[in-house]
Ligand binder design. Structure first.
Ligand code: TXA
Ligand code: MG
Length: 330
């Protein structure tokens, strides 16, 4: 199969609609990361996503809809705080988990009685979702466990020849996956941290909990139990730039080609070494993280991360991805 990378002009949306209606999988730009989408009503189409990614069968998918789609067709009621959150943050990088009406394929939620719904703000995603006018089940468009894609080229690297079409909307401005928020209880609860922060949710809903899995408990958001976002090269995680410098020098002395991923403030300390600059604040680091991980895995024999000192804002989401990409180990 030939994989085409196209913008939303010309006939690409007509083609996308045709593919989706035929049960094919189409990749598309969103403001967070690229998604790998299929008709959420079709068992076969949804199962094809799992097969393509090599995704564990117990890790549920998010359903994506355009901004005027009536989600009451899919979900079984919504608390008042959730309606307020939708108004405040959608379209945008917030995924909301509701009681499900069970209308979409059972493979979407992997047997859970809830449904995760997202309304992306990306004009490319909106154009695609409007053209198909169907709920689109979509995980991030990377092979399972690999780094999430933030350009059409990243998607191409993982799925060339396996899917017919990538709808290219340019680099993703957000850069890390959406916040996943459980809206089935009396108080909203964050299952996965992202660009909509706990403080932002609390400012609208009054309070917001952060889910922490207890020892031995089945995770509420199954995806969070898996190793994730990993570059294909060897990795190391350091608490300080000095520690990273020592590891770097040892790798170089042994004939390797190391690289160090660090916040802007640490670049100066590491002068003369090959650094990948994450940026100076949470938003920049979110935006650059996955592209730098993908660049690093191609060029480095050892990719070393230095723990950023920057706190607050979207750093909780960035730290979650960074630690899981590097396994948090040295
Ligand atoms: O930004 C994003 O959310 C991207 C773009 C493509 O929209 N999508 C994405 O999908 O990150 P994925 O499949 O890589 O991650 C979905 C996460 C997983 O951690 C999964 O366990 C959780 O959402 N999830 C999905 N349905 C759920 C449900 N019903 N209850 C709890 N967690 C759910
Ligand atoms: Mg993913």
């Amino acid at each position: 199969m030939q994989t085409e990378i196209l913008g939303t002009d010309g006939g690409s949306l007509v083609a996308a609609k045709r593919y989706i209606e035929a049960g094919e999988v189409v990749a598309f730009h969103t403001e967070t990361v690229y998604g790998l989408g299929a008709n959420a009503f079709s068992d076969d189409a949804v199962r094809r996503i799992f097969a393509l990614k090599g995704r564990p069968a117990d890790n549920p998918l998010i359903v994506h809809v355009h901004r005027d789609y009536d989600i009451s067709k899919l979900i079984d009621g919504e608390p008042a705080y959730a309606a307020a959150l939708r108004k405040a943050f959608l379209p945008g990088p917030l995924t909301m988990v509701y009681p499900s009406r069970g209308k979409v394929s059972k493979y979407v939620s992997c047997g859970l009685d809830t449904l995760a719904v997202r309304v992306p703000s990306s004009p490319t995603a909106q154009a695609f979702l409007r053209a198909v006018d169907l709920p689109i089940a979509a995980p991030s468009a990377n092979l399972s466990k690999h780094v999430s894609p933030v350009t059409a080229q990243h998607v191409f690297e993982d799925f060339n020849g396996k899917i017919p079409l990538i709808l290219d909307g340019g680099p993703c401005s957000g850069g890390i996956e959406s916040t996943v928020l459980d809206c089935t209880g009396g108080v909203p609860q964050i299952l996965r941290e992202g660009l909509v922060t706990r403080e932002m949710v609390a400012s609208v809903a009054g309070e917001c909990l952060l889910y922490k899995r207890k020892e031995g408990e089945k995770p509420k958001s199954p995806g969070m139990a898996y190793k994730h976002y990993s570059p294909y090269c060897r990795t190391a995680y350091c608490r300080s730039a000095e520690e990273a410098a020592a590891l770097y020098d040892a790798e170089q002395a042994a004939g390797g080609a190391p690289a160090i991923l660090c916040e802007s403030g640490a670049v100066g300390i590491l002068e003369g070494r090959n650094t990948l600059d994450l940026g100076a604040n949470g938003e920049e680091m979110a935006q650059r993280l996955y592209a730098l991980l993908r660049r690093g895995e191609k060029s480095a024999t050892l990719l070393i991360a230095v723990e950023p000192k920057e706190q607050g804002g979207v750093m909780a989401g960035v730290m979650n991805r960074l630690k899981r990409a590097f396994g948090g180990s040295i």
